[in-house]
Design a protein around this ligand. Structure first.
Ligand SMILES: Cc1ncc(C[n+]2csc(CCOP(=O)(O)OP(=O)(O)O)c2C)c(N)n1
Ligand SMILES: [Mg+2]
Length: 350
């Protein structure tokens, strides 16, 4: 009858979250739990604040990030190598998951979490007030997301070993109800992330919070109609604190994007929808660095910003590249060894 989780209600996301406050409370229905929590916070606010456990975020506060942000390309490349090792280890460990897109996006995620984002892993704040927010829309590439979250301090690196296991907070597709710090939106059902991000970006404007909102989408995911509805809305409402990116690898689950359903003139389409569009090589850390800085410079000018990143599915592991085949299969023991032999261990395996 007793649980040791205390819930908190995230106002803009409207999601019920567990946090790790070490309090014993009766297990209640979500509605009563929320009512209980609201009262409890009122009563406990001062002691919790004194204990540094529930510091209220302040809009536009200068956040000192715990993450060692770096502009050094060689350092970022070394982190990306470890992220790639984490990806193949996670997927091999449970013989399921999506290594292809994860490997292809390892450079982007590393640049994002160790250079681009203004973020604060601890204490974890679901609302992210005063922080940049990132929404992963193509949720199947969770291994790369979990790796950078762990490596930048959101949760212990050792927890990567629980990927896709029963009761793990690291589900195959990210969820919010498992309470994993760093995850602000459930994803996996493709096409939804842009809508969520546009809402979050508008909320930031309403709250006078001048930090930015970032998203990532797969190119196959762009075949979802909801993406274009959100794209039209974002431009129409001048959501110019939003930088969206596409993993433009030309592959999807069943084959090449051009064979399944061609995207045509993708840059032209986003321009026609009213976006400011940049293109870059998503596997070139220096190019990413420059383009994302340019993207940031273009925010606040009346248009949402799109970065189309050319990537290679499976980048970094030669036998996983040049086809869609490693979209969603796991390496066996020999393949794991062959993959690891191509990726330098730089931060220590988990
Ligand atoms: C709404 C929805 N339809 C279908 C799927 C099944 N699905 C999972 S991944 C994928 C391919 C997506 O292609 P892309 O976004 O290019 O990802 P990549 O293969 O490059 O990692 C599909 C169709 C899904 N997850 N959600
Ligand atoms: Mg793709």
């Amino acid at each position: 009858m007793f649980g040791c989780a205390v819930g908190r209600y995230s106002h803009w996301a409207g999601q019920f979250q567990r946090s790790t406050l070490p309090l014993m409370v009766p297990t209640l229905s979500p509605a009563s739990f929320q009512k209980f929590y609201t009262r409890a916070v009122r009563v406990l606010q001062v002691p919790l604040l004194l204990a540094g456990m529930h510091a209220p975020p302040t809009a536009n506060s200068a956040i000192l990030t715990a993450v060692p942000r770096t502009t050094d390309i060689a350092t970022l490349q070394r982190i990306a190598s470890q992220v790639r090792r984490d990806i193949v280890h996670q997927v091999h460990g449970v013989q399921s998951g999506h290594p292809g897109g994860s490997l292809g996006c390892a450079d982007f995620f590393t640049a994002l979490y160790f250079n681009i984002l203004h973020h604060q892993p601890t204490p974890w704040d679901m609302d992210g007030t005063g922080q940049d927010l990132f929404f992963l829309s193509n949720g199947h590439i969770s291994p790369v997301f979990y790796s950078v979250l762990a490596r930048s301090g959101y949760f212990p690196v050792s927890e990567l070993a629980t990927f896709r296991k029963i009761d793990s907070r690291l589900q195959g597709h990210p969820t919010t109800h498992d309470g994993l710090p760093g995850v602000r939106m459930a994803s996996g059902s493709l096409g939804q992330g842009l809508s969520v991000a546009v809402g979050a970006a508008l909320a930031k404007k309403m709250n006078g919070d001048d930090r930015l909102v970032y998203t990532l989408h797969g190119d196959g995911e762009l075949q979802e109609g909801q993406i274009w509805e959100a794209a039209m809305f974002a431009a129409g409402k001048k959501v110019d604190n939003l930088i969206s990116t596409v993993d433009y690898n030309g592959r999807q689950i069943d084959g090449d994007v051009d064979d399944v359903l061609p995207l045509g003139d993708l840059k032209g389409k986003w321009v026609a929808f009213g976006w400011d569009v940049l293109e870059t090589n998503g596997n070139d850390m220096a190019a990413l660095f420059t383009t994302m800085a340019e993207a940031k410079a273009r925010t606040g000018k009346g248009k949402p910003v799109m970065v189309l990143m050319r990537t290679e599915m499976g980048q970094g592991v030669d036998f996983m590249m040049n086809s869609h085949e490693w979209h969603g299969i796991a390496p066996n023991d020999q393949q794991l060894a062959a993959a690891l032999a191509q990726l330098e261990e730089t931060l220590g395996d988990y």
